[in-house]
Design a protein around this ligand. Sequence first.
Ligand code: UD1
Length: 367
Amino acid sequence: MKKIISVVGARPNFMKVAPIHRAFSAYPDVEHLIIHTGQHYDSTMSDAFFQDLDMPQPAYFMGVGSGTHAEQTARVMVEFEKAMLELKPDFVIVVGDVNSTIACTLTAVKMGITTAHIESGLRSGDRSMPEEINRIATDSICDYWFVTEQSGLDNLLHYGCPSERVFFVGNTMIDSQYYALAQAEHSNILEQIGLTPKEYALVTIHRPSNVDESEQLGELLEILAELSTKRTVVFPVHPRTRKNISTHGLSSIIEQNSNIKLIDPQGYISFLALMKNSDFVMTDSGGIQEETTALGVPCLTIRTTTERPITCEIGTNILIEPTPEAIRIALRTILDSPRKTGQVPPLWDGKAAERIAEIIVKRCLGL
Ligand code: UD1
């Protein structure tokens, strides 16, 4: 019996690990456990996803919470080392690019535990993003690399990763989308908020570069107020963004516009229903670029770079410089012109986790 541990920490991790957990249930010689670092801890940012994705409760909850990058990363490392000493796994799986990803990789690799990174190889080229540093550091020390798109494969081979340990398997986040789509069709979230399909724009903004400074956040909210004269704006607010709207005294911009629906962060199924039925999405998220491409919904990504270029090359995503002028032009264009249509990238077929489980069991663990 081999023990495999997958790490989850922050919201974008849960949908990547849920299908992996299901895929390992086909292998009787494997015990697969989930460890939650507690980087995200609000019920809307964490518990809701366990329920929506039918994930078992984590075998270990570390409860590290928020802090500076150094504090959060260090706390995860200290607690993860204790968990590893107790659980003694044969193999560790980390996903994505959050602080928990690098913290657990660094800990596990130094303890001599074989570690695989799911969604490896992605690069924005922007070292001011904390996630980019997490990606570079994780990929440079892990033992196996699982890749979602061609650019990831190209980057890893360019950095000299041994090709026999790099696997282009597709996207486990899209596996979760396949899994939950039927339930999303039955969600009543649109009725709850009072929305008509295709008559609203869905907005998420949480990246420090967009929400930490008063001026940039204020500009973005003014733009949402303008957009709300043309479309209902549905805005599920990340805790960081909500806090900054209040701290910077910007709440009145929202309160004066009843056509902006500021709502709590949504669970996985409600958010999927909101994305699928929206006219378009405006975001600065990493994963939403991929989820909208898989759904064929137009997406404006308010960032200068993307680590997921396939979503722009063949998907429905368009990068928009985060300046008020560029965003206003992009919104005018999307409201008045034919939309970008796209294709679903190779291997985003709902079966990535099955491929990963088979490779780990047969090739990495030799079972
Ligand atoms: C993290 C990830 C980011 C991902 C995002 C998704 C890193 C470096 N960043 O950013 O890649 O896109 O998650 O949400 O790991 N907070 C709460 N409740 C929570 C979680 C956070 O109130 O459950 C607040 C805290 O004030 C905290 C702040 O949000 O200080 C930021 O949380 P943190 O985990 O540090 O980073 P995110 O911005 O969520």
